[in-house]
Design a protein around this ligand. Structure first.
Ligand code: VG1
Ligand code: CO
Length: 564
């Protein structure tokens, strides 16, 4: 049957501005009449002339409203002359899997339906991320263009008679005639391409021997927690089916739920407490890992829940990449971290003679460097680690990388960290998050900081807490010039740098859906004193950070919501 598309009149919605990674709002907002339709049409408008005849990858973490959003995307894409959509079975794709598929199929881009680490379900968040043809998150130039479209949209195109009901429930290819053109919807297994990629990168036989044990070595007992998010389907395939992990003892919460079982699918010590407790309570576990809703974040813990900060995780991987076959084949071309991430990896880069980059928060800033062949491994303190195998951070990749290092070094997680600190010294790091603060209060605090760092006598001032003194050497609002395309990103966080190398950084989160989240990042470097508890070590600097920002006065908050 030949279907025809129609043009539907609409009016703009305020605030459809993508943040650090996609547009995130309450589900109820996305459910408003034309809200999602508008945004999808604006994404397509921003693609311009490349849109006609293109292929897009579509899928997400399976949270509430995914199916409705996919149905909208199918009908709008068909009417806008998109030639083909590649969609995950049941609407499921992890964010790294989308990145991989875009690259494997060499298509124009993807639409990822997720609010990532934000809670899901009808009362919580939904989100839409846009990825470009290199597989990475849309850069500022693209998200700015989308936002401009949202402010002036008057109509969207739609194919009302295209039957989408239950379309994503079965795999297969469907071809339609829309306005006389072919339009194809292909529903695929969300895991096949990604599992193949992981098999090319890692030595699965060695990882299987590690997890199952051999004549010479007892099994390395892991607990992999998908937190009811999208990684469940990949964890079953990779860890259970390929690597022989036990389906009851070695993996947990691996069925994706549309509300994540009412938990916050964010792998940190607060929201992944369940995993931390299980590993603590059961000393036979050697290793634990958790992922966020859309599978791009990871948290690594060792025996007795020994915690690896993401900044250290990046440095340890950088120091041991040679045990991963991918890097033997592709070489190692430089490292990078986001600005708030502690500089542990910089020390490894220096020793190995590697180029090292410091970029703003958000994975989109790594893409150009990777495309230019100057970056192989990068990470963020927010539990993001990844390499140039794709253009997103990749939770499962990070765990397989860690297991490869453990297999190779035949050491425990704690031993590996302690060895690393003994060689390089330790970058102590902690992050305090104050979630859902009043937006005005948070903005006032940032304005106060802006003024303070601009005052003529700020540099050189000394602050003291618990008898430790810190003298300010430099303070600015971080800005970044992309070395490849020279694009500029300004106002990326207030940095206060002290003469002993310690840092305080203040940012407002760009991923929340309501209120404001203040992030305070604290780090310091110690050459010799490397075995102290990080919270104890950094307490004086935290106090200085609170004093300088007057955070309590502005927000009324006594304590952070999450400490990492
Ligand atoms: C946070 C993290 C940032 C990360 C981003 C997206 O952003 O700090 O490092 O790239 O989330 O991660 P913000 O603006 O809230 O600090 V994901 O896994 O939510 O896409
Ligand atoms: Co995520």
């Amino acid at each position: 049957m030949d279907l025809s598309s129609v043009v539907i009149q609409t009016t703009p919605f305020e605030g459809q501005k993508p943040g650090t990674s996609g547009l995130r709002k309450k589900v109820k907002v996305f459910m408003e009449k034309n809200y999602t339709e508008n945004f999808i049409q604006c994404i397509l408008n921003a693609l311009g002339s490349k849109l006609q005849g293109c292929t897009l990858v579509v899928g997400g973490d399976g949270r509430y409203f995914t199916k409705q959003a996919i149905n909208i995307i199918i009908r709008i894409a068909a009417a806008n002359e998109v030639a083909k959509l590649i969609i995950g079975h049941l609407g499921i794709f992890s964010t790294p899997a989308v990145s991989s598929l875009i690259r494997t199929h060499k298509v124009l881009g993807g639409i990822v339906l997720t609010a990532s680490h934000n809670p899901g379900g009808i009362r919580n968040d939904f989100g839409i991320k846009v990825n470009i043809d290199n597989g990475g998150p849309a850069p500022d130039s693209v998200t700015d263009a989308i936002y401009e479209e949202t402010k002036k949209i008057k109509e969207y195109k739609f194919t009302p008679k295209l039957e989408t009901d239950r379309l994503i429930d079965n795999m297969g290819t469907h071809t339609y005639k829309v306005d006389g053109r072919d339009f194809v919807v292909e529903i695929i297994d969300p895991t096949t391409d990604y599992v193949n990629l992981m098999k090319q990168i890692f030595d699965f036989q060695k990882l299987r021997d590690l997890i199952r044990g051999t004549d010479k070595r007892p099994p390395f007992n892991v607990l992999i927690d998908s937190m009811n998010g999208v990684t469940g389907v990949y964890v079953r395939k990779i860890f259970v089916e390929e690597l022989g992990a036990h389906p009851d003892n070695n993996v947990t919460r691996i069925v994706p739920l549309d509300n994540f079982g009412e938990i916050h699918p964010d792998p940190n010590l607060t929201y992944a407490k369940d995993l931390v407790d299980k590993v603590k309570d059961n000393p036979t576990y050697d290793f634990g890992a958790a992922f966020d809703g859309d599978g791009d974040r990871n948290m690594i813990i060792g025996k007795n829940a020994f915690f690896v900060t993401p900044s250290d995780s990046l440095a340890v991987l950088a120091n041991n990449l040679e045990c991963i076959p991918y890097f033997k084949n592709h070489g190692i071309h430089g490292f990078a971290r986001s600005m708030p991430t502690a500089a542990a990896v910089d020390r490894v880069a220096k020793k190995l003679g590697m180029e090292m980059f410091e970029v703003p928060t958000g994975w989109k800033y790594f893409g150009n460097l990777m495309d230019a062949g100057r970056l192989s491994l990068c990470g963020e303190e927010s539990f993001g680690t990844g390499s140039d195998h794709i253009r997103e951070k990749d939770g499962i990749w990070a765990v397989l990388a860690w297991l490869s290092v453990i297999e190779h070094k035949k050491m425990s997680v704690e031993e590996i960290l302690k060895e690393h600190w003994s060689i390089y010294g330790r970058n102590y790091f902690t992050r305090y998050d104050y979630e859902e603060c009043d937006s005005d209060a948070a903005n006032q605090m940032m304005t106060h900081l802006e003024k303070l760092i601009a005052s003529s006598d700020f540099v050189g001032k000394t602050y003291t807490a618990s008898k430790k003194s810190y003298t300010i050497e430099k303070a600015d609002n971080f800005s970044y010039v992309d070395p490849i395309d020279k694009s500029v990103a300004k106002n990326q966080g207030i940095r206060i740098l002290f003469s002993d190398g310690s840092r305080l950084i203040y940012r407002l989160s760009g991923t929340g859906s309501s209120g404001a989240t203040i992030r305070l990042y604290i780090d310091s470097y110690e050459k010799e004193n490397v075995f102290t508890d990080a919270q104890v070590m950094l307490k004086p600097l935290v106090d200085v950070g609170l004093e300088i920002s007057q955070l309590k006065k502005f927000t009324g908050r006594d304590a952070p919501t999450v400490i990492t």
